[in-house]
Design a protein around this ligand. Structure first.
Ligand SMILES: N[C@@H](CCC(=O)N[C@@H](CS)C(=O)NCC(=O)O)C(=O)O
Length: 340
């Protein structure tokens, strides 16, 4: 009996110790202790994640990390952006080199279930497309039989490409490269008839071609590419922070709370606005943050619609329409669960 009691006590002690250790080593605690958020980013994709001439990062994905930084530190600049190629991005997240991966990454079942990762809400609904030279006089991807197609390794692109050509009984030759620079340069130099990636990537990479107007994006979208942030398994609080940062930006857009009017909105009597901005309730506390976490996000970064327009929408060089990325109230797919 005595022996049994002992082992129960030892077991409890082990459980306690493990609990205490994990409380100290949560991602949030590590980020706070370090004073910066390490955000896994694209090596450079205009509109999504790209440093300017002064080295200041901007983009839709970048804004999600800035919003997390604003929520945690009340400062959107406490982020170290770690540029990651398509191939290296998951290892960097798994090994702890980055706290979160926000880099036009498609949420697929195999990635979700075999890499020890958790995918957060989709911050850009996308699909794979093709770009070709106008002079080829091709109007549809169905006319690509026999074409050579440039694409980047370590992406979802190759399988979609194979599926599309096989399903339509078309022949093709794939030419792959390790980096986006090599891929787009090879296409620009005429090594391939077509370039394929997410439609967002096509619009963005087209800007880097010698003569962007000599190329067209074909109308077919051959896959679903839900792009969103990813975190490591095992830290549910951190995952909650990632999720609710995006949801706060969506909720703000839905409620008409903007970077410009957020101070005024602090006086709002609308309960939804009050809970978002923290003038009512303890929703920050629930995710380990101050209760004005939502206010901080909107004050420093703005709502989702503002970020979209500034980075990839009509206020940007990409000029992407909101389309399926509009709020659910406007016929799109962007929908945040309620803050209550
Ligand atoms: N969404 C796809 C493709 C993402 C991707 O890596 N696209 C390339 C081509 S646009 C890219 O961003 N490359 C930039 C880089 O490697 O830094 C995926 O998750 O596999």
């Amino acid at each position: 009996m005595k022996k049994l009691l002992m082992s129960v006590a030892v077991g409890a002690a082990v459980v306690l110790a493990a609990g205490a250790a994990s409380a100290q080593t949560t991602t949030l605690n590590q980020v706070k202790a370090r004073g910066t958020l390490q955000c896994g980013s694209n090596t450079g994709l205009a509109g999504f994640g790209l440093p300017d001439a002064q080295g200041v990062w901007a983009g839709l994905d970048v804004d999600l990390c800035r919003a997390m930084s604003a929520a945690i530190f009340n400062d959107p600049t406490k982020v170290k952006f770690v540029p990651l190629s398509s191939k290296d991005r998951f290892t960097a997240l798994q090994s702890g080199e980055v706290d979160v991966l926000v880099r036009n990454t498609t949420w697929t079942m195999s990635r979700d279930t075999s890499l020890g990762l958790e995918f957060g809400p989709v911050n850009y609904y996308d699909g794979q497309g093709f770009m070709v030279r106008k002079k080829l006089k091709i109007a549809s991807a169905m006319e690509l039989s026999g074409a050579s197609v440039c694409t980047q390794q370590g992406t979802t692109t190759e399988l979609n490409l194979a599926d599309f050509f096989r399903a339509n009984k078309l022949k093709y030759e794939v030419v792959t490269f390790a980096t986006s620079d090599e891929t787009i340069k090879a296409y620009d130099a005429g090594r391939c008839d077509a370039f394929t990636t997410d439609a967002s990537g096509l619009y963005s990479e087209r800007l880097r071609l010698t003569a962007p107007d000599d190329h067209i994006v074909l109308p077919e979208i051959i896959s679903k590419e839900p792009l969103g942030p990813a975190t490591r398994h095992g830290d549910n609080q951190w995952f909650d922070i990632v999720k609710w940062t995006h949801y706060a930006m969506l909720t703000a857009e839905e409620l008409g709370v903007t970077k410009a009017n957020v101070d005024e909105m602090m006086k709002s009597t609308n309960p939804d606005v009050k809970r978002l901005l923290g003038t009512e309730g303890k929703f920050g506390e629930a995710i380990g943050l101050p209760n004005d976490w939502g206010y901080r996000i909107i004050k420093h970064v703005g709502n989702y619609g503002e970020s979209f327009e500034r980075n990839v929408g009509m206020g940007s060089r990409l000029k992407v329409a909101r389309g399926v990325n509009a709020l659910w109230t406007k016929g799109g797919l962007q929908y945040a669960p309620p803050i209550r």
